[in-house]
Design a protein around this ligand. Structure first.
Ligand SMILES: Cc1cc2nc3c(=O)[nH]c(=O)nc-3n(C[C@H](O)[C@H](O)[C@H](O)COP(=O)(O)O)c2cc1C
Length: 313
């Protein structure tokens, strides 16, 4: 349905990079519900340079999840290029460069969205990553630094001119953080400015919303972040908009099984962050979440969740 260079995707729905969430098990689950492509969370080029175990763990992948994109962040062209070479040794399909993260600890080092203020350096980084990578390179960025500097169209052209195979635009500025409403009009402008595929991102809350973004902006793909957390079925056109408790528990059980199989070393806190979200907006959800957060081990979590299922019988 759309492609990035020679990589074809059977639908335009994509899981966003989500630090602390878009790990292998969650990506696999989103793929099972129909996501065409999933992005890893941002991975530090320095962590790769020093071959830190925690960083290398983020590169864990299995054939069943492909195609998969690994996202890099950093601000030094040489180290980013070296990191791209290291990632390219893994069986992955795309390398994405994070030029949109608003977090202060990332900005302070000149990475993430800070690069939108340094397009010459950003261009150098893209060229270096393209040179080091054996797979297509994409770039994810925002509308601009603030509302006085909406630079997305120029930035998109810069990315294209320096070798990006596609771009993702999150239609908010750095100064917006995650507040306010994403301005999808910027996505339309960016789409008209470049000839590489454009993935639109920001405030998609349902499958139908994703279709609407494509109709309104002409973008080639749509990326979903927050609305997929605790609701990976968002990638399926057939899933109910507000699923029953039984549906949610079944989905969570599958997620837990994928964690047990593929990343049994996941800390309980990270599993609970995922699990609690399955019950957002459900009657009695607050009590369910409280019980989930009271558990301290994977086994206890599985047990409490199966007790919820028994309660439904
Ligand atoms: C918890 C969380 C973690 C995120 N981590 C990343 C990240 O690692 N890399 C990145 O490019 N964007 C990251 N983002 C931004 C999302 O990828 C996405 O651009 C943003 O949430 C807007 O999309 P949405 O409205 O569908 O959530 C993160 C967002 C959230 C809420």
């Amino acid at each position: 349905m759309f492609s990035i260079t020679t990589l074809g995707f059977d639908n335009p729905f994509i899981l966003a990079p989500l630090a602390g969430y878009s790990d292998l098990a969650f990506r696999l689950q989103c793929r099972e519900y129909g996501a065409a492509l999933c992005f890893s969370e941002m991975i530090s080029c320095h962590g790769l340079h020093f071959r830190q175990k925690n960083t290398l763990d983020l590169l864990r992948t299995v054939p069943a999840e492909r195609p998969v994109a690994m996202q890099l962040f950093g601000s030094e062209p040489d180290i980013m290029g070296e990191a791209a070479e290291i990632i390219s040794e893994y069986p992955i399909d795309l390398i994405d460069i994070n030029m949109g993260c608003p977090a202060r600890k990332v900005i302070k080092k000149g990475a993430g969205c800070a690069l939108m203020k340094e397009p010459v350096l950003a261009a150098k980084i893209i060229r270096s990553v393209v040179k080091g990578a054996s797979v297509p390179v994409t770039v994810k960025f925002r509308s601009g630094w603030n509302h006085q500097a909406i630079t997305a169209c120029d930035f998109a052209k810069m990315a294209e001119d320096n070798g990006a195979a596609a771009i993702t635009i999150h239609a908010r500025t750095w100064s917006d953080g995650f507040s306010g409403t994403a301005d999808w009009g910027i996505i339309r402008q960016v789409k008209q400015a470049v000839s590489i595929p454009v993935i639109g991102n920001g405030d998609i809350t349902s499958h139908a919303d994703g279709v609407r973004m494509m109709e309104e902006t002409g973008c080639d793909g749509v990326m979903i972040g927050r609305a997929a957390l605790g609701a990976p079925w968002i990638f399926s056109a057939d899933a109910p908009e507000n699923p029953s408790l039984a549906f949610r528990i079944a989905a969570l059980n599958r997620h837990l099984a994928l964690i047990a199989k593929h990343q049994p070393d996941t800390p309980p806190s990270q599993i609970k962050n995922h699990a609690g979200r399955y019950f957002k907006g459900v009657v009695g959800g607050a009590e369910i979440r409280r019980q989930i957060f009271n558990q301290t081990s994977y086994a206890d979590l599985v047990e409490i969740i199966s007790s919820f299922s028994r309660g439904l019988l």
